[in-house]
Design a protein around this ligand. Structure first.
Ligand code: LCS
Length: 400
């Protein structure tokens, strides 16, 4: 390996959400709330960023931009960014978006908040599939738009869509928009072309717009392939795609994402209402990521593949009643510990209070997620091993 993913990097004093923001984010608690362990003792497996350094090619590109010394108002004018992003999509997904359909947003979440506002009238509804990344719900709540949930079907940890239920919900004429996660956080599914087609056909037949959030599409197990939903519907303007270098290259703090809007009406509102300056360092970083980050990403994926194999073996040995499958995508392990805990238990609080592990779980994923914990495996193997050891020790100690 050219890159050292075993390195433990100290993130203290970097205004880091992962080290300093967990009280607020996970527990809605004030910053000074005392927990039983000193902050330094926690193994952090919660928010979806990585403990690995952003690739050197990205940091070098930012340095080059720093050397230009002026950071005035900035927008992408140079065609180099579109060329880099579209070549990334062509070579990895066999998909190309038109340049005029590509806009950027500081992050995907604010884009979701805006798009729900631009697309839905006050009495209309948004459909999501659950369990879900909670910000999909927040995007509807923030706009006072009613949320409709379709539970995924869970067969021993393998999640599939309930097409009959989705169809029934999509038929409600008030359901205008579906926010769809492809690949899916938290289950880690890469939807197959057949699954995407069935889902897409239902949405389009019922005149829904779909926002396909594909932020996790680069973080897939080695050898697997992601299909953008929009690729299957080249003649439709109903599918908005969100992609970003933020998860892939551990640069979420640089706040830069791609939103592809083929729909003329939505684009018109976006252009009229979106505040569209970009951060000069983020543009440099994103372009370098797409032009030069491929080699680093291949190595990262191998490291993550090993972390998942390690976790699978560790849980099989030490927590045999847990249900866990190596996910097809994301660096997030989704583990059912229902054999060891009571229904409705606050699992993030349990592990923070009794195991010195920070993780997400249970109703943090809207619904259909009780007794599940989500473990962020994008960390050095030593950190992962210690986190798993603490989790298994606690659960075995308090076995039902
Ligand atoms: N969409 C999905 C599906 C995500 O999982 C995340 C981050 C985002 C969007 C956020 O994108 P951003 O606004 O940063 O561009 N997921 C996180 C998670 O599951 N825990 O912490 C962050």
């Amino acid at each position: 390996m050219k890159y050292n993913f075993d390195e433990v990097i100290n993130r203290k004093n970097t205004n880091c959400m992962n080290t300093d923001g967990w009280r607020e984010y996970i527990f809605h608690a004030p910053r000074d709330r005392e927990f039983p362990f000193p902050d330094d003792e926690y193994v952090r497996m919660w928010i979806a960023d990585m403990e690995f350094a952003t690739p050197p090619c990205i940091i070098d590109a930012m340095r080059e931009r720093l050397d230009k010394r002026i950071f005035g108002y900035t927008k992408i004018f140079d065609p180099g960014y579109y060329a880099a992003f579209s070549e990334w999509c062509r070579s990895r997904y066999g998909w190309k978006c038109a340049e005029k359909e590509l806009v950027t947003s500081p992050c995907i979440i604010p884009a979701l908040f805006e798009l729900v506002d631009y697309i839905c009238q006050p009495d209309e509804k948004v459909l999501i599939l659950t369990p879900s990344y909670a910000y999909f719900k927040h995007a509807a709540d923030h706009n006072h738009i009613e949320l409709v949930c379709s539970d995924l079907i869970n067969d021993n940890g393998y999640y599939t869509m309930d097409y009959a239920d989705i169809e029934e919900k999509a038929k409600d004429p008030k359901v205008k928009l579906c926010i769809f996660c492809n690949p899916h956080n938290p289950s880690g599914r890469i939807w197959t072309e057949e699954e995407l087609q069935k889902f897409g056909d239902i949405c389009l037949a019922n005149d829904l717009l779909v926002i396909s959030d594909e932020i996790h599409c680069d973080l897939i197990r080695t050898g697997l392939r992601h299909t953008p939903l929009a690729k299957l519907y080249p003649d439709s303007d109903k599918i908005i795609t969100c992609m970003a270098p933020s998860k892939t290259f551990n640069m979420a703090g640089l706040m830069f994402s791609n939103i592809i809007i083929p729909n003329g009406e939505v684009m018109k509102i976006w252009k009229a209402r979106h505040y569209d300056f970009e951060n000069p360092l983020s543009i440099a970083a994103a372009q370098a990521a797409y032009e030069k980050g491929g080699e680093w990403l291949s190595e990262l994926k191998l490291y993550l593949d090993d972390n998942f194999r390690f976790t699978k073996e560790y849980l099989a040995e030490h927590l045999p009643k847990a249900v866990f499958r190596i996910p097809e995508a994301t660096y997030l392990g989704w583990v059912d510990i229902g054999a060891y805990v009571e229904p409705g238990e606050d699992l993030p609080l349990l592990f923070a209070n009794e195991a010195a592990v920070l993780l997400e779980g249970g109703n943090m994923f809207v619904q259909n997620s009780d007794t599940y914990i989500r473990l962020n495996l994008a960390c050095p193997r030593a950190t992962l091993g210690e986190g798993l050891r603490r989790i298994c020790y606690l659960l075995n100690k308090r076995k039902k």
